[in-house]
Design a protein around this ligand. Structure first.
Ligand code: EPZ
Length: 416
């Protein structure tokens, strides 16, 4: 199994150019099933989850070409109506393939994704919403879905699930009539999905708000689109500069997507200046405590940036309390950070306390999940000595060539 070796102490400085968002490219690739034609997607991140989604789409009959961060997907002929268990277990977000496939086929089977490190990850909101659209669903190890027609309906989500919102949109764009989603997720990736399917000829409105309306259409056409920048990857590298006393210029951002992260980094003492299309971060001499940080749905502080901020606050002045409201097991990076001299304490599934220390030291650690692994890398960049980080496949799911990007910014990092 590959690992990272990182020798801490170098400042992370320079200019960053990041590709598209992992949590946008995946639903866009799934949505390419809807037009039974060609979809051309630019700014595609070369990350493990994209290759897994390529395998999934190929396994049901799509023709796919990926060259220099441009994906061309031909979904004219679907030859299979079942998603293999291996893919679903490898990437649980593949459950949204169900919405697009049932939009085209009267019978679809997909394996129950199951939980993952950060939580049980139930799919009740997905399945109950699809049932509202007239889809008959039998649950079990295999989720068996059948439908005659998909009929537009009013759907009230108990909680604003990102994946469930995406699944409903994908199933409803060619439904008979109007579908309204109440308490929809408001993340930027939903807005990107709306723009993508509307370019195909769909009629979706309201993404970015908690009320989304989808007027069913009969036909969708070929589409060309550029994925929005990855706000979480950008935020992660901004913390890399902040924790090492560095400086970072990011060439392209979508400002509203970054503001919840930027406002928190400013509280921690960073200076952030917006440029024409990007931003410049200057790190503080000493990291200030942010006292209390609660994760919540957009436009609040994102759960996917919680672990990275915990890493930063291990060197903050004083104490910071973190409240993780989205997932029930998303503090696994804390015990790993403590191996490096951090003083973190997980008080409950949703609360952890971080007491700032003077410095961190190198250690042998193991990535617990994608963003927890990123947090260990951030800590190793500033820890005295050479750290070893294992199970880095978690990190490679969401960050393209992270060792190359960080080394170009001054890190001393090797993948072995
Ligand atoms: C998406 O996951 C993202 N993944 C996650 O990013 C992100 O953390 C999450 O949204 C929240 O923003 C992708 O987009 C591929 P949810 P998703 O459904 O859709 C509960 C990363 O690090 N829930 O909004 O799975 C669920 O248990 C990943 O990039 C139900 O109870 O998130 C969780 O507690 C991690 N029933 C909460 O809702 C359901 O049917 C939020 O989940 C669905 C969800």
């Amino acid at each position: 199994m590959s690992k990272y070796l990182i020798t801490g102490g170098n400042k992370i400085c320079g200019t960053l150019s990041i590709k598209g968002a992992k949590n946008s490219i995946l639903p866009l690739m799934v949505a390419s099933l809807l037009n039974e034609s060609i979809s051309i997607i630019h700014n595609v991140p070369l990350i493990a989850d994209v290759y897994t989604m390529i395998d999934i789409l190929k396994s049901i009959g799509c023709k796919i070409d990926l060259d220099d961060h441009v994906l061309v997907i031909d979904s004219s002929n679907l030859t299979f109506n079942k998603i293999d268990e291996g893919y679903v277990k490898k990437m649980r977000s593949s459950i949204i393939v169900l919405g697009a496939m049932i939009s085209r086929l009267e019978h679809v089977e997909i394996y129950e994704p199951g939980g993952c490190a950060i939580g049980k990850r139930p799919i009740d909101l997905h399945l109950n919403s699809l049932r509202k659209l007239g889809i008959e669903i039998e649950e079990g190890a295999i989720i068996d879905c059948k439908r005659k027609e998909i009929i537009g309906s009013d759907i009230i989500l108990n909680s604003p699930s990102v994946g469930a919102t995406e699944n409903i949109i994908l199933a409803a764009v060619k439904a008979k009539g109007i579908t309204r989603i109440y308490n929809a997720a408001k993340e930027p990736e939903i807005e990107d999905l709306q723009e993508f399917v509307n370019k195909m000829g769909a009629k979706v409105s309201g993404a970015g708000s908690d009320f989304i309306e989808i007027q069913g259409v009969d036909k969708l056409d070929k589409v060309e689109h550029t994925v929005i920048p990855d706000r979480i990857a950008i935020g992660t590298y901004m913390v890399a500069s902040a924790i090492t006393g560095g400086y970072l210029e990011v060439d392209k951002i979508v400002r509203p997507h970054m503001e919840p992260i930027n406002n928190t980094l400013i509280k921690a003492g960073c200076d952030i200046e917006y440029t024409k299309e990007g931003l410049i971060l200057k790190s503080p001499k000493k990291i200030s405590t942010i006292n209390f940080l609660k994760t919540d749905i957009h436009p609040n502080y994102p759960t996917d940036m919680q672990a990275q901020m915990v890493a930063l606050m291990t060197l903050g002045e004083g104490k910071t309390i973190f409240c993780e409201t989205i997932f029930e097991n998303r503090f696994m990076h804390c015990k790993e950070l403590n191996k490096m001299g951090a003083d973190t304490q997980v008080i409950s599934n949703h609360i952890c306390k971080v007491n700032g220390v003077e410095k961190l030291h190198a250690a042998k650690t193991t990535c617990p999940d994608l963003r927890g692994g990123a947090a260990l890398i951030l800590a190793a960049l500033v820890g005295e000595g050479q750290s070893e980080i294992n199970n880095i496949y978690h990190v490679e799911r969401g960050y393209e060539n992270i060792e190359g990007v960080l080394n170009n910014l001054g890190a001393d990092m090797t993948k072995i």
